[in-house]
Structures are given as C-alpha cells and as structure tokens.
Design a protein around this ligand. Structure first.
Ligand code: PLP
Length: 359
C-alpha cells in the first residue's frame, strides 16, 4: 500500500509510526486481552493510559502545576459555549479579537450566553493579517483569540498584552507545533484532530483560579465538574486519549522537545513559502510576518487553473489541497506529521506546473 501525503486541515495526517503502533496494539493492549476501544475507562490499564498521556502533555508543553488539563468532547466548537458559560461573570463581558471564521463563531456563541465586544477586526483586510497593539479594557472577563487561523493561514507571533484580563486562545491548529509560554494564558483549548491525534477529543488547559463552582451550569459543560472528576464525569473519549498518548510519545522520541519540532516545522514552511514567493503563478496574500507555519493558502487567481493544479497534485498522491470554500484556491496544511518529503514533492510539482502553464 502507498500512503498519500495528506494536506487536509483536519482531520489530518498521522505519523506512520503512530499508526503502526496503534495497529500492533489494536487487538490487544499490553497483556490485557483486549483492545483499548473495549476497555472500561475505570480500569487500571486505562487509568495508566490517561495519566501517562497527561504527564507527557504537561512535560512537552511545560504546563505549570497551577493549570488543569481536561480531556473533553464536543470539539473545539463546544468551547465557544463552555468558555463564556464558565468565565463570564453575571452581567460581564468578553472581548474578542476577530481574525476570521473561527472567531466569528466564537462571537456568535458568546453572545448567546452574555456580553461580547469585538476589540478589533481584520475583516476589512480579508483576514490576511494579525492585529497588533489592541488595547484591552480592564473590565473584561477575558479576551478570546484564535492563535492560528486555519482557513486564512495567519498566526500570532506575539500574544496580545491583556494586563490582568485572562487570555483565552483557540489553539486548535497550532498546539504542539512550537513551545508555548502557558503562564501567559488563562485558558487554551484545541480539538485533537490536527496535531494531537483524532477527532472526538478536545484538550482544555485552564488556570485553576478560573475554575469556579457554578451550580447553575449544566454538569457536562462545567469546568469545575470536569476538573473535580478528572475528565471522567462520564465516559471520556478513551481511544482518542490513547491516540494522543501515542502522538506525544512520537514527538518525544523523534524531536525530544517542542523547540526542535518548531525548527523542523519552520523548515517545511520556509520551503513552501519560498516557492510561492519566487513564483509568477502562485501567490499567498498573508502579510509575511503573520504567516502560519501550519496552514499555507495559495492561489493562481484563476479558478480553472487552481482546479487543474489540485487534480495534478491528487494524481501524484498529494491530496486534500483544495482551499476552504470561503477562500478558494489551494491550502496546504503541513502539521507536525507531514514529513519534509511531502512538502518537497508539493514544491517540485508547483515548479513543474508553473513551467507547463506559463502565462
Ligand atoms: N477552531 C479552529 C482554529 C479550527 O481550525 C477548527 C476546525 O478546523 C475549529 C475551531 C472547530 O473545531 P471542531 O471541529 O473540533 O469543533
């Protein structure tokens, strides 16, 4: 079997070694006589899996003791509801820096719960840049950002200064791609299906003082209830947690730490951006200093030519390069599991395609 290079924005490619280990353990995990999929979440085997997974995540991201790690469900999208439900004080207000489709959704859901102010928006620039120097009113309950904008390919290189207001970051498409200074955040959330494994698991990292007992909040939506029950108020997404554990083990074995992984990710991104920047056919509209190293959109400016390129790529085993429907063109998502070889193949094709389709 020949595996393709999968440039999907998510769910996305997994490391081959992770899939191989998962396959080897699929019928029987250890000497348990059963698959992880069949295990009770209360069994000692699974408790060891969840504890090891949390330990690995804490070690790689250097999460301070004063933060809780929660393994939840409902995708990153449910956090657009849980965050305001838990963090907005009665009559309080959130601030959002609007950088695209995912903050738009966060704003809409927040407004169903309480107050929400748009502190700044890059909509007029078609979300091709990250807004800097945004001032944070100090009466806000929190400031929400989307740290890496999956659709537009923009990324915060420096976090906004929020003073004493907690910063909440949607890190769905950048978590584990580089080191993070966790203490700068009040809360981080991310769906697992890009850099952390498979769909069905959402990781929340939250500063303990923001976890408030609020009896009026439905139990499943309460950080306090989830934290008190160590993410086991109900059956957690056991297989997805196990898979996150395998991904973290892979990162440790291959890169040792996130600084080394970042260097590798930067190399891949530079290869692709350099090709785009020297091209007379392909362009990337994002302000260079705001470019994401995970999601790289590019266009030819001609929809028919874009479609021809996507078909040519598919024929070479480079799949899921179609850009988001709101942007068009192409988008290469080059998460941790995408090897340099995959990006090199893409760049080689871009070069050849440009020669054959010279304008
Ligand atoms: N936030 C960002 C930045 C995303 O890229 C996505 C999905 O692609 C989401 C939120 C929504 O995630 P989910 O499908 O897990 O709800």
């Amino acid at each position: 079997m020949t595996r393709v290079f999968n440039f999907s924005a998510g769910p996305s490619q997994l490391p081959t070694e992770v899939l191989q280990k998962c396959a080897a353990e699929l019928m029987e995990y250890g000497i348990s006589g059963q698959s992880v999929m069949e295990m009770s979440h209360r069994s000692s085997s699974f408790l060891e899996i969840i504890e090891t997974t949390e330990r690995r995540l804490r070690s790689l991201l250097q999460i301070p003791e004063s933060y809780q790690v929660l393994f939840l469900q409902g995708g990153a999208s449910l956090q657009f509801t849980m965050v305001p439900m838990n963090l907005l004080k009665p009559g309080g207000k959130a601030g959002v820096i609007h950088t695209g489709a995912w903050t738009k959704k966060a704003i809409a859901e927040c407004r169903k719960i309480g107050g929400c102010e748009i502190l700044a928006s890059s909509e007029a620039e078609h979300f091709t840049e990250i807004l800097k120097g945004v001032t944070t009113p100090q009466d806000l309950d929190y400031v929400h950002i989307c740290e890496n904008n999956t659709i537009y390919g923009t990324k915060y290189k420096e976090l906004p200064e929020c003073g004493n207001v907690p910063l909440v970051a949607d890190c769905s498409s950048c978590i584990l791609s580089e080191p993070m200074e966790i203490s700068r955040y009040g809360l981080i959330f991310a769906g697992a299906q890009k850099n952390m494994g498979i769909a069905g698991l959402t990781v929340v990292i939250v500063r303990e003082d923001l976890i408030q007992e609020r009896p009026e909040i439905p139990s499943m939506l309460s950080y306090a209830v989830q934290a008190k029950n160590k993410s086991m108020f109900n059956t957690p997404p056991t297989f997805a947690i196990y898979l996150l554990g395998l991904v973290l083990e892979w990162v440790e074995n291959r890169y040792h730490d996130l600084a080394a992984l970042k260097t590798h990710n930067q190399q891949k991104a530079a290869l692709l951006y350099n090709q785009i920047d020297q091209s007379r056919l392909f362009t990337n509209p994002v302000r260079p200093e705001d470019r994401s190293i995970m999601n790289v959109p590019f266009v030819t400016g001609d929809a028919a030519l874009d479609a021809k390129f996507i078909a040519a790529a598919e024929a070479e085993g480079l799949v899921n390069l179609k850009g988001h429907r709101s942007v068009g063109g192409m988008r290469a998502s080059i998460y941790n599991a995408m090897p340099l070889e995959g990006v090199q193949k893409l760049v080689d094709l871009m070069r050849r395609f440009e020669e054959e389709n010279r304008i």
